[in-house]
Design a protein around this ligand. Structure first.
Ligand code: ADP
Length: 490
C-alpha cells in the first residue's frame, strides 16, 4: 500500500507534542510492514535541521493557488531517521513558516489552510497517487475537503482520506475568507452545519469538522477517548457530527516507538536496563539527581514531563510537587507552554524553589532531558483533565517509571490500578485516581510512595510489569492497515 501522511509535526524535526511521535512512529511501523510511506510537512525555519539527512530540492516552482492568485513554493526532500519527508517552502510576503515557532500566530488558520492546498497541489503535480492520504488534527482538516471538492475531479479520483484527531480542543475555527483562499469559494455549499460551519460560532468555519465530514475514515487516539467524545462534553461541540458519521469513526490506541524509547539502548541515559535487570535504572536516577543538583538520598523521585497546559491538570501537577516534597519524596518537572501566563507562573515557582534540594523545575523543551527523566524517575504523574491518548505514561511504563494517572481518555486504556482494577493482577501497572481535587491525587500518590518505601520488591515488580507490556506500534499499525484496506479504492 502507498500512504502519504500530511501533518504539521513529525518527531524529532518538528515536535510540539504527541502528534509528532505518532506521525513518525506510525510511518515507521507501516514501512516495516512493507508499505511505501511519504510524509509532507511545512518547511519551518525552526525545524531541527541536523536531524534531516540529504536535504535537497525535489520540486521547484510549485505554484499553489491562493486567494485567486498563486504562491510559488519549493519542495525539499530529506530523510528523517529513515522516513521519507517532503518539506513545503512557500515564497511570499506572508512568510508562513518562518516564524521561529510552530504554532501560536494570529494567522495560524491561513498558514495551515495554505499548507493543505500546497500538499495536494504537490501530490497532483508530481503525479503522486497514494492509496491513502492520512492527515492529522485541525491543521490538515482541509486536505480531505480539497481532495473531494477539487482534486478528485482533476485526476485524483482514487485517493482516499483517513483523518486522525489527536486533540478535539483545537479545531481550527476561522473566518470564511480562509476557504476562499484555498479555492473553496462557494459559501452556500460549505457554510452549512452538515459541512464546515462551526457548531457554536455560526459565523466561523471549522476545519476539523471539514476533516470529519469529508474523510473516508476518522479515528481518534484511544478507544476510551472515542467513547468520551461521543458521549460526554469532551467532544468540544463535534459530538453531533461524530454521531452522523459514526460508521466511519473509531478509536485506535497510539503506539510508542520502541526503537526511540528503549531503556536498553537509549544513548541519552546514564545506565541501561531491562525488565529483568533494573540495575542501570539506579545509575540513571543518580545521574538525574546530579544533573538537577538534587540531594542523593534513599527517597523516591516523582516526575512530570509535558506541556504546561490546563489540559494536563496543572493545578494537580503543582499540588503533586508540593505534596511530594512535604512527604519525603523528590520531584522533577520538565515542561513548556506557549501561553506566557502559564510559563511565567512556572518560572516564578522555579525561582521560589530554586534552593530546595528535593525538587527541580526545568522550563523548556528538551528531548534529551525528557529521556533522562523517564529513565531516572521512580514515578510519573499524569493528572490530566482530558487526555486523548497520552504518551508520557506509556513512555514511563517502558522505562520502569510507575505512572500515577487520572482515569480519563487513553490513560484508562493503558494504566491499571494496582489495588482497584477489573484487570487481572498480573496486568496491573500503576496508580489511578478519578476526581480532579487535591484529595484524589494525594491518595494515589500516598499509596505509591508507601509501596515504594514499605514494599520495595512489590514496587519493583510493578515497574517490571509495565516494562514487559507491549505498547509498541505493532498492534496499532495492524489496526491502521485494516482501516486503509477497508477504505482504499478497489
Ligand atoms: P500531548 O500530545 O498532549 O502534548 P502526549 O503525552 O501525547 O501529550 O505527548 C507528549 C510528548 O511530548 C511526549 O513524547 C513527551 O515526552 C514530549 N514532551 C512534552 N513536553 C516536553 C518537553 N518540555 N520537553 C521534551 N519533551 C516533551
Amino acid at each position: 500500500m502507498y500512504v502519504v501522511v500530511v501533518a504539521s509535526e513529525c518527531a524529532p524535526v518538528a515536535k510540539v507534542g504527541g502528534l509528532a511521535d505518532v506521525v513518525f512512529g506510525l510511518s515507521r511501523e507501516l514501512e516495516i510492514r512493507g508499505n511505501a510511506v511519504e510524509i509532507i510537512l511545512p518547511k519551518y525555519d525552526c525545524l531541527w535541521y541536523d536531524q534531516i539527512w540529504g536535504l535537497t530540492v525535489a520540486y521547484e516552482n510549485l505554484w499553489v493557488p491562493w486567494h485567486g492568485g498563486a504562491i510559488r513554493c519549493t519542495v525539499f526532500f530529506g530523510f528523517v531517521h529513515g522516513r521519507k519527508c517532503f518539506f513545503i517552502d512557500p515564497h511570499s510576503d506572508d512568510n508562513f513558516f518562518n516564524r521561529g515557532i510552530f504554532y501560536g500566530h494570529y494567522d495560524d488558520p491561513e498558514r495551515f489552510a495554505f499548507f493543505c492546498r500546497a500538499a495536494l497541489e504537490f501530490m497532483y503535480k508530481s503525479d503522486k497517487r497514494p492509496d491513502v492520504i492520512h492527515c492529522h488534527d485541525w491543521q490538515t482538516g482541509l486536505v480531505p475537503v480539497l481532495l473531494y471538492e477539487i482534486y478528485q475531479h482533476i485526476g485524483m479520483g482514487h485517493q482516499r482520506a483517513c483523518y486522525t484527531i489527536h486533540n478535539f480542543r483545537h479545531q481550527g475555527t476561522c473566518g470564511e475568507d480562509v476557504l476562499w483562499g484555498t479555492g473553496l469559494g462557494d459559501p452556500g455549499r460549505y457554510f452549512v452545519q452538515e459541512r464546515l460551519q462551526d457548531t457554536f460560532n455560526l459565523l466561523a468555519i471549522n476545519m476539523m469538522k471539514g476533516g470529519i465530514v469529508y474523510s473516508n475514515a476518522v479515528t481518534t487516539v484511544s478507544p476510551r477517548h472515542a467513547w468520551e467524545v461521543r458521549n460526554t462534553d469532551l467532544d468540544c461541540g463535534l459530538g453531533g457530527t461524530l454521531y452522523t458519521h459514526r460508521d466511519k469513526f473509531s478509536g485506535v490506541l497510539n503506539g510508542l516507538d520502541y526503537e526511540q524509547w528503549n531503556p536498553e539502548t537509549d544513548p541519552w541515559i546514564a545506565g541501561h536496563f531491562t525488565a529483568e535487570d533494573m540495575a542501570g535504572k539506579a545509575e540513571a536516577k543518580r545521574a538525574l539527581r546530579e544533573r538537577f543538583f538534587l540531594r542523593d538520598a534513599d527517597v523516591p523521585l516523582v516526575s512530570y514531563v509535558g506541556r504546561l497546559d490546563s489540559q494536563k491538570g496543572m493545578h494537580l501537577v503543582r499540588h503533586a510537587l508540593f505534596y511530594c516534597i512535604e512527604n519525603g519524596a523528590q520531584f522533577v518537572l520538565l515542561g513548556s507552554s506557549p501561553e506566557p501566563d502559564t510559563q511565567a507562573h512556572f518560572r516564578h515557582l522555579k525561582g521560589q524553589l530554586n534552593d530546595n534540594p528535593d525538587c527541580h523545575l526545568e522550563i523548556g523543551f528538551s528531548e534529551q532531558l525528557a529521556h533522562q527523566i523517564y529513565a531516572g524517575a521512580d514515578m510519573i504523574v499524569v493528572p490530566s483533565m482530558y487526555e486523548p491518548c497520552g504518551l508520557t505514561q506509556m513512555i514511563g511504563l517502558r522505562y520502569g517509571t510507575v505512572p500515577v494517572v487520572r482515569s480519563v481518555g487513553g490513560l484508562v486504556d493503558t494504566v491499571f490500578d494496582v489495588d482497584n482494577s477489573d484487570r487481572p493482577k498480573a496486568e496491573r501497572n500503576g496508580f489511578v485516581f478519578d476526581d480532579v481535587d487535591f484529595a484524589a491525587i494525594e491518595s494515589a500518590l500516598a499509596r505509591a510512595l508507601k509501596l515504594w518505601r514499605d514494599k520495595p520488591k512489590a514496587f519493583a515488580k510493578l515497574a517490571a510489569t509495565g516494562m514487559a507490556q507491549d505498547y509498541s506500534w505493532n498492534v496499532a499499525g495492524e489496526h491502521y492497515l485494516d482501516i486503509y484496506e477497508r477504505i482504499r479504492a478497489k
